[in-house]
Design a protein around this ligand. Sequence first.
Ligand code: BES
Ligand code: MN
Ligand code: ZN
Length: 486
Amino acid sequence: MSELTFSIQNKSSADTKVILASGSAFNAGKFINTDETTALKNAVRKQKFDGKAGSFAEINNGKTRIILAGTGSKPSALDLQILGGKLYKKISAAENAAIYLPADKKNSLSADETAAALALGMELGGYRFDKYFTKKPADSFPKLEKVDFVSETRADGSLLADAGALANAVRYARDLCNEPANNLTPEIYAADIERLDYLGIDVTVLNEDKIHDLGMDMLLSVAKGSVNAPRVAVLQWKGRKDQKEFDIGLVGKGVTFDSGGISLKPAANMGDMKGDMTGSAVVVAAIKAAALQKLPVNVVGVVGLVENMPSGSATRPGDIVRSMSGQTVEVVNTDAEGRLVLGDCLWYIQEKFGVKTIVDIATLTGSTMMTFGFEYAGLFANDDKLAARLIECGEITGEKLWRLPVNADYDKLIDSDVADIKNTGPRLAGGITAACFLQRFIKNGVKWAHLDIAGVDKDDKGHPLTPKGATAFGVRVLDTLLKKLA
Ligand code: BES
Ligand code: MN
Ligand code: ZN
């Protein structure tokens, strides 16, 4: 589906009309005529419309369809995004629609903020991954292309561009995550990321030789079993030209397919592991969003792109590898590969760019998925302020985070008998010991947070803002964080 076009107009000729209302009374000025107003008032009574968030009433005289959409009182931006997602479903069969934003003094959001939230919700809720259908009839696809907002109060649509930029980035990340691994090898993926230089993002791709020269043997040990060579992509967005340092570094796990390697995963749902690159897609998309919005922030992203496969050349359980940091690692289980990729990327971003604040994001452990189900991502951090900030970003965006400990009590569980570190602890507390592993690659004085998005990276049931499939969980959290730093 192509993206929607949004604008703010004085009036609209669309024959699908939507009116927002916070209670059973509504106000639509000249947006609809007196006959329509009377009919709509009848519908409110008959359809028991009360204006609660997500409640609807509607009339349809064959020519014009008019929908009352309940916002509830004092909706937040997130509430309106969710309403936008629901509204999209209702009106996507029309080619264009108009949404009337009545002046409501009780509302805490301006008309511009309301329009932007609804637009974002419609874009996210309207996402589809349908490129591989060859037989579906054309009329089974949504038609909606153009949405006009009609506002009673002054509004210039200035926030619509930012909503569009963020939606574009989330949709890009979802496309990458939904793409099957045969069509998104590390090489193809890196080439796709390189195209972002049209936005003023500086993209460098490190190939296998370069990765080898840098001493990232821990990352290479994951790629060894695959015929698809690894890549590391480095993205720099400098929105603050007068400042040399980076405000933040982002690191993402980009395992394009995780079979488990020689420690092979069971067959059931193994296909889901095409999404094991979600963290990397989230990092790339957050930087894309920053560039599209020209955020005044300096951000560098490093994503490790590898495929984890079993073969005669694959790393074996028991192998010992040397990380870029110089620390040696005993690979107890080749299915604990994400931390091997991230550890070298974390070290690289600190060495090369001297970043003092880092957030990494990864579909890292089944353990964290078992803990939180599909509700929260696990948050681990060595800095309370950074953790609190991220939690706040999660509350604003609806991408909820919950903090778990990462400390010496758990860290000792990954001491190895034959090397400096082993890549798995005992089965218990698997999400925490994975975070401890990553922390061994964080230099003193560097503020660091790790988001484990295993579980929340996909949605099997669908949600107003995330249809079934990849959610790209984290793009909105990181976008909000970057805006706070800007
Ligand atoms: N990519 C998986 C984690 C995962 C599981 C993501 C389910 C999404 C859904 C990761 O590489 C992995 O296999 N982790 C193992 C680690 C274990 C071997 C210590 C796990 O969590 O089972
Ligand atoms: Mn794995
Ligand atoms: Zn994995």
